[in-house]
Design a binder for this molecule. Structure first.
Ligand SMILES: [Zn+2]
Length: 339
C-alpha cells in the first residue's frame, strides 16, 4: 500500500499525519514531535526525520510505504520552499536565512517533498474536508493573531509567483462602509490601512477595536484590566457569553469579512467560502451567528451567486499537516507514485 505523509513544522512542534490512496487519514489526533528550530536547520531536519519514524511506528506501518511527503511551515518562503533570506519570527537561527527547506528535506529523506506555507496548507485542508480531491474552487480565511488563508482553484492551491499567493490578510477592503466604526483608522502591521487583517484578527482587536470601543463602554471590565494584550484574548469568550461590546467587535469583524468575501465572489465565483481559526473555536451557536453576520454584511449578490455556502473549517490543530498531506497525494498521483 502506498501512503503520503503530511509534516507541519510549527514554532515549537512538528505535527504528522498520513494519507492513503482511498483518502483516509491514518492518524486521528495530533501526533507531535519537538521541532528545535531555534537550533538551526541541521538539528531541525534531523528532528523531522526522527519524528516521521516515530509517527509511522505509532500508526503501525513501515516508512518504505511512504512515497511522498508534504511539508508546510510558517512563511515567508518561496513557492518552492526556500525560506526568506531576511529571516522570520519562526526561523531565527542565522542558518535558516535563504535555506531551501524543501530541497534539503528531500535530499535527506530520499523521497519527493512538496512544500506549502502554513496558510495555504490550512486552506487546502479546509477545502479537502468539504470537497475531497475534486475540482472545486474555494476561498479560506483563517482568523488568528493575523489573518491567513488561501485560494484553491479547481483543486489547485494558488501559490503565486514568489510564494505570496493567498496572502488574504493584506487585501484592502472598503472598511469605511462598516457600520459602527466611523472615525476609526485600522492599521495593519504591514503598513496598509484597512486591509482584511487590520479589521479581522486578534491583533486588530488589541490595536484598533479595544482602544476605539472601550471609551464608548464606560466601566467595562476589560478597560479595568489595564492591559490590551490580555484583554484582546478575552473578547471572543465574552462575545460568546453575550457581552454587548465584545459582540459588537465580532460583528464588525464579520462585516469586514463579508465585504472581503463579496470581492472574492466577484473575482472567482467560488463553490464555497470557508472561515477558520481561533476566532471560531467557539460553540456552534456563536459560529452560526458569526456566519449570519458575514452574510448580512455582503452587498446583494446576483441571484445565481446568492447561495454560495459559507462553511466553518474543521479540525483547526491538525489542519497544516493534513493540508500538506493532501498536496503530497495530488502530486504523487500525478507522478504515478501511488500503487
Ligand atoms: Zn496588512
Amino acid at each position: 500500500m502506498s501512503l503520503v505523509a503530511g509534516v507541519d513544522l510549527g514554532g515549537t512542534a512538528i505535527n504528522y499525519t498520513f494519507l492513503n490512496e482511498q483518502e483516509h487519514f491514518l492518524i486521528d489526533r495530533l501526533c507531535e514531535h519537538p521541532a528545535r528550530s531555534k537550533e538551526g536547520p541541521d538539528v531541525c531536519l534531523r528532528q523531522i526525520e526522527e519524528g516521521l519514524d516515530v509517527a509511522a511506528a505509532k500508526a503501525g506501518f513501515a516508512l518504505d510505504e511512504v512515497v511522498a511527503i508534504g511539508l508546510d511551515t510558517p512563511g515567508p518562503a518561496s513557492a518552492d520552499g526556500v525560506l526568506s533570506a531576511k529571516g522570520s519570527t519562526n526561523f531565527v537561527h542565522a542558518d535558516w536565512a535563504g535555506f531551501d527547506i524543501r530541497g534539503k528535506l528531500e535530499e535527506r529523506l530520499g523521497k519527493p517533498v512538496m512544500y506549502l506555507n502554513d496558510g495555504n496548507a490550512g486552506a487546502l485542508w479546509g477545502h479537502f474536508a468539504i470537497f475531497g480531491s475534486g475540482r472545486a474552487t474555494s476561498i479560506s480565511a483563517v482568523i488568528g493573531t493575523g489573518l491567513g488563508g488561501g485560494v484553491i482553484i479547481e483543486g489547485n492551491v494558488v501559490k503565486g509567483r514568489k510564494g505570496f499567493g493567498g496572502e488574504l490578510g493584506h487585501v484592502l477592503i472598503p472598511y469605511q462602509s462598516i457600520r459602527g466604526i466611523a472615525g476609526l483608522t485600522p492599521q495593519c502591521n504591514c503598513g496598509r490601512i484597512g486591509d482584511l487583517e487590520a479589521v479581522c484578527s486578534l491583533t486588530a482587536i488589541e490595536k484598533s477595536f479595544l482602544p476605539f470601543f472601550l471609551p464608548r463602554y464606560a466601566d467595562h471590565e476589560l478597560g479595568k484590566l489595564g492591559n490590551l494584550h490580555q484583554a484582546a484574548k478575552l473578547v471572543r469568550g465574552m462575545a460568546e457569553r453575550g457581552d454587548p461590546m465584545c459582540k459588537e467587535i465580532f460583528r464588525v469583524q464579520a462585516h469586514g469579512l463579508g465585504l472581503f468575501f463579496d470581492e472574492m465572489i466577484n473575482t472567482f465565483d467560488p463553490d464555497a467560502l470557508i472561515v477558520g481559526g481561533g476566532a471560531l473555536e467557539t460553540g456552534v451557536e456563536f459560529q452560526h451567528w458569526f456566519l449570519d453576520e458575514i452574510r448580512a454584511a455582503m452587498p446583494t449578490q446576483r441571484t445565481e451567486q446568492a447561495d454560495i455556502p459559507i462553511h466553518v473549517m474543521p479540525n483547526g490543530d491538525t489542519a497544516g499537516a493534513r493540508g500538506a498531506a493532501v498536496e503530497a497525494l495530488k502530486v504523487a498521483r500525478e507522478a504515478g507514485l501511488m500503487r
